[in-house]
Design a protein around this ligand. Structure first.
Ligand SMILES: [Ca+2]
Length: 449
């Protein structure tokens, strides 16, 4: 169980690299059950009247913090921590520039094992003033066996057919490294860059088709997430950069099992919020993860429309680098729009608890002046998507996808533009028929002239 061998916290700033690094002496060689118990305890505690038996500080903070955000929203950019309870804290990064705002959260802890999960959200407006919030949450890391050979995982956990063999839950990380936000001018364009990196992570691979059944213990060298944000001509671009270190696995009771020939995917949960109607589009078609009958649709990009206006776009398909010994191999990343039914059920219950703590600290009224509440529940997300690395073998991956927000957009998304063409043809036909009829009615009059 918990072995607080030497709980010392070393904190130092490296001024040159502007990196703050904290080294923790906490060793948690326990199984994940304890952390699950803590999560369940907190959930139970906050939903019952018996709060008095728990620490007042620990039980009162979540709701309170939601309305007392420590983020100075008037600042152009800032970062800091939002203290929570048993989970630890949220490290936040805030940007407010050129009429758009970015919020980035990463969960971390100096005392207990925090799940590795992060959120990237953006608030902006369309040309008609309609406000939009788009949030991306890295919800789950999965391992799949691409037996169909199309590069992406097919899975349906209601029918029991799945290429996703395992999902990863992290137990603890030995240390973390924060790259505080910096503003850097490049070619007269302001770039805002920040990052968060977990080091020395131990975790578990769970069988995707079973509840809480551990397949292997794993060690991940590091997990790094860094971001570059910039705006050019009302096009706001975020380049996330994922750095997933070597993963070594020790399979329970399966000595011959290994990660060789297996693939890796990152499951993202998209939350879209606007007073107006929002729709998701993939491959030029309206799409909804909660209702689709296809477990996985290969995609190169995806758009979010508000009414008919293109507001946000995911650009996929870039290459990723795989480090194999001394060599760097390059492969094309694959991407899929994913059905809700393709998320392992065991992971879903875990995610609900974890995402809830982000929701509690994502007060869009305080942050953006919007009315409402963000729902990060995967079960309600109209766009779940996976970034997939078909060639993996447990080796280090580095990859930079692209997210684009169209500020003050009035551009109709192509699907609606195409949809208008037949409508215009129909309208033209109706007009010609109408004109012909008018012509007929008027003919006698004209003939008199
Ligand atoms: Ca497949």
């Amino acid at each position: 169980m918990f072995q607080f061998v030497e709980q010392h916290v070393l904190k130092h700033s490296n001024i040159n690299s502007r990196v703050v690094k904290m080294q923790l002496g906490i060793k948690m060689r326990s199984n994940l059950l304890l952390s699950t118990c803590l999560i369940l305890l907190m959930t139970f505690a906050t939903s019952t009247a018996s709060l008095a038996t728990l620490s007042a500080a620990g039980t009162s903070s979540l709701r309170t913090l939601a309305s007392e955000s420590p983020i100075d929203t008037s600042s152009e950019y800032s970062n800091g921590s939002i203290p929570m309870t048993l989970y630890g804290s949220i490290w936040y990064t805030w940007i407010n520039t050129t009429d758009t705002q970015i919020i980035s959260y990463a969960l971390f802890s100096d005392q207990v094992n925090s799940p590795i999960i992060n959120l990237l959200g953006q608030h902006f407006q369309l040309q008609d003033g309609t406000e939009v919030f788009v949030g991306n949450t890295l919800a789950l890391i999965e391992v799949y066996n691409d037996t169909s050979g199309d590069g992406i995982p097919q899975a349906n956990f209601t029918s029991g057919i799945s290429e996703i063999e395992y999902y990863l839950l992290v137990n603890s990380s030995i240390s973390y490294e924060i790259s505080p936000i910096q503003k850097i001018m490049e070619d007269e364009i302001a770039h805002y860059r920040w990052g968060f990196r977990y080091e020395g992570i131990d975790g578990f691979l769970f069988y995707s088709e079973e509840q809480w059944n551990v397949a292997a213990t794993v060690m991940i060298d590091h997990l790094g997430f860094s971001y570059d944000f910039y705006v050019v001509n009302n096009v706001a671009t975020i380049k996330p950069s994922f750095d997933i270190g070597n993963v070594t696995a020790e399979f329970v009771g399966e000595e011959t099992a290994s990660l060789d020939q297996l693939s890796l995917s990152l499951l993202f949960d998209t939350a879209v919020f606007s007073p107006e109607q929002c729709t998701t589009h993939v491959n030029g078609q309206a799409y909804n993860s909660t209702t689709t009958t296809d477990s996985a649709i290969p995609i190169d990009n995806s758009q979010i429309a508000v009414n008919t206006i293109k507001a946000y776009e995911f650009l996929f398909g870039e290459n990723y680098n795989l480090t194999r010994g001394e060599n760097i191999e390059t492969y094309q990343a694959k991407n899929e729009a994913a059905a809700t039914t393709s998320v392992p059920e065991g992971a879903m219950s875990h995610l609900d608890l974890v995402l809830n703590c982000f929701e509690e600290n994502l007060n869009i009224t305080d942050l953006f002046g919007m009315e409402g509440q963000i729902n990060l529940d995967c079960n309600f997300s109209t766009l779940l998507y996976r970034i997939c690395y078909p060639t993996w073998d447990g080796l280090q991956i580095q990859h930079d996808p692209t997210y684009v927000a169209y500020l003050f957009s009035d551009e109709m998304i192509p699907e609606f533009a195409i949809a208008w063409i037949p409508s215009l043809l129909v309208l033209a036909s109706l007009l010609s028929i109408f004109a012909a009829k008018v012509g007929k009615w008027r003919k006698p009059v004209l003939s008199k002239r």
